[in-house]
Design a protein around this ligand. Structure first.
Ligand code: ATP
Length: 451
């Protein structure tokens, strides 16, 4: 995709209330973004779609919503305190700071100098004081991934739901990383949301489940509207695996700046439950874990046949919400020539569209038309597909343009004839076809968009 289109997409995001730079009125904060009225709907719809597929539609997954502030012990035994670092170089000339792996020919991307410091490790976790006295003795981390508290709550979920292996725990929510070089719009930010599943399996079945989840996640992104040809699979070479991983497959999406990670699927083996468990010596842990003297709980299950206790393996599909939103907006953005004019349209799948239908009275503030439009809005709203909007602008052309640009699947116009014949004009976003439909049939017509 051409860079111009990326700029157009970023401009549309601001113009139509999808995404704003955070704290813009004070000059903006790098790597922090705010989702506006349309953005919050799109983001929630994407998360809802993930939750439906990964939790509701399955019989082997439970949900969780754990705290963001995380005890240092959790992130000590997870390995984040010691290994969640990026190697950093400083430019001695212009004083800018860069990730070593993002430099070309050891040259400062800002001023071109080769006068750089040796790389030093920089921990990406944010810390904050807990309690009223900020003397450094009591602190918490803002979690750098949602996964860790799934592991520490493993026993709580297991005992409260009577699950047995294989089963998973899904969680969506904020994660924080003090990225050195945030950028590429919302691709790399410092505060973002993840949608993570930790799926626990019997050792020995892990490779099969790993393959299963890679395919399931590709299929899911395609269902959300990502074209198959814009996805690529990258298997991490064994010398480039994270400290916990036996195998990792990244799903790369063709972002405007090139193919980059949208979601990662990792075989975390028994690393995390093994790290956080009490009495590690009782188990045959295959991952390289740190000795744990602080845990109060055994994170193990009993094999029903052999009666032996073991630590399950874990397969983790982990997706970023912001990267998902970026990819879906990029896929959906189209410019078309219509009657000599450019029409910008977001071809989002209807279940993701921020507004599901716009109801437009032909004349602004005409009481009869507006009341009829409100009736229709309330009826469609009750069907539970998402937000339905009353568009009382009195300007049909302008309303169509706006709703094309935010991806509303249908616009419904209430005119003076409606008051007589109880029918409305329905316009389809993609075909721009207009049909006269009786109000009594409107609900079933509308629902078909979401089949
Ligand atoms: P990258 O290599 O791009 O930094 P990562 O491998 O560190 O990503 P993971 O730790 O696997 O990422 O996190 C899982 C998912 O969380 C990623 O696939 C991505 O969608 C999302 N994610 C991670 N870091 C960020 C970030 N800084 N901004 C936005 N999303 C992120």
């Amino acid at each position: 995709m051409a860079v111009e289109k990326s700029d157009d997409l970023v401009a549309l995001c601001k113009r139509r209330g999808f995404i704003f730079q955070s704290d813009e009125i004070y000059g903006g904060q790098k790597g922090l973004y705010t989702f506006g009225p349309m953005g919050v709907e799109l983001k929630n719809n994407l998360k809802q779609a993930w939750w439906k597929t990964m939790v509701w539609q399955r019989d082997d997954v439970e949900g969780l919503d754990a705290s963001i502030l995380t005890s240092p012990n959790v992130l000590k035994y997870s390995g984040h305190e010691s290994t969640f670092t990026d190697p950093l170089c400083d430019c001695k000339d212009c004083k800018s700071r860069w990730r070593e792996d993002q430099l070309t020919d050891s040259t400062c991307p800002s001023c071109g100098s080769k006068n750089l410091t040796e790389a030093r490790p920089f921990n990406l976790m944010f810390k904050t004081a807990i309690g009223p006295v900020d003397d450094g003795s009591s602190f918490a981390y803002l979690r750098p991934e949602t996964a860790q508290q799934i592991f520490t709550n493993f026993k709580n979920v297991l005992d409260s739901t009577s699950r047995s292996i294989p089963f998973g725990i899904g969680q969506m929510g904020k994660s924080f990383r003090n990225e050195i070089t945030p950028g590429k719009f919302i691709f790399r930010v410092r505060e973002f949301e993840q949608m993570e599943l930790e799926f626990f399996v019997k050792p020995g079945t892990d490779e099969e489940w790993f393959k299963y989840w890679v395919q399931a996640r590709i299929d899911w992104w395609v269902e959300q509207g990502i074209k198959k040809e814009n996805l690529e699979i990258l298997e991490a070479p064994s010398n480039d695996l994270s400290h916990y991983s036996k195998a990792t497959t990244d799903l790369l999406y063709k972002f405007p700046h090139g193919f980059e990670e949208l979601e990662g699927i990792a075989n975390r083996q028994d690393f995390d439950l093994g790290s956080h468990t009490k009495n590690q010596a009782e188990f045959d842990i295959s991952a390289d874990v740190m000795e744990n003297k602080d845990s109060t709980t055994k994170l193990a299950v009993q094999d029903l046949e052999t009666k032996k206790w073991y630590i399950p393996y874990c397969i983790e599909p982990s997706a970023g919400v912001e990267r998902g939103v970026f990819a879906l907006l990029n896929e959906a953005y189209k410019e078309e020539e219509v009657d000599g004019k450019t029409r910008v349209v977001l071809g989002l799948k209807p279940h993701l569209s921020p507004i599901k239908a716009a109801i437009i009275p032909l004349k602004r503030n005409n009481e009869d038309l507006v009341n009829q439009a409100k009736d229709i809005k309330n009826t469609l709203q009750k069907l539970g597909m998402g937000r339905v909007m009353l568009e009382n602008s009195g300007n049909i052309g302008k309303s169509y343009r706006r709703h094309d640009e935010i991806g509303t699947p249908i616009c419904i116009t209430v005119d003076f004839e409606t008051l007589e014949d109880k029918a409305v004009t329905v316009r389809d976003r993609d075909t721009m076809e207009q049909k006269r439909i009786s109000i009594s049939e409107l609900a079933s017509y509308y629902e078909k968009y979401f089949d």
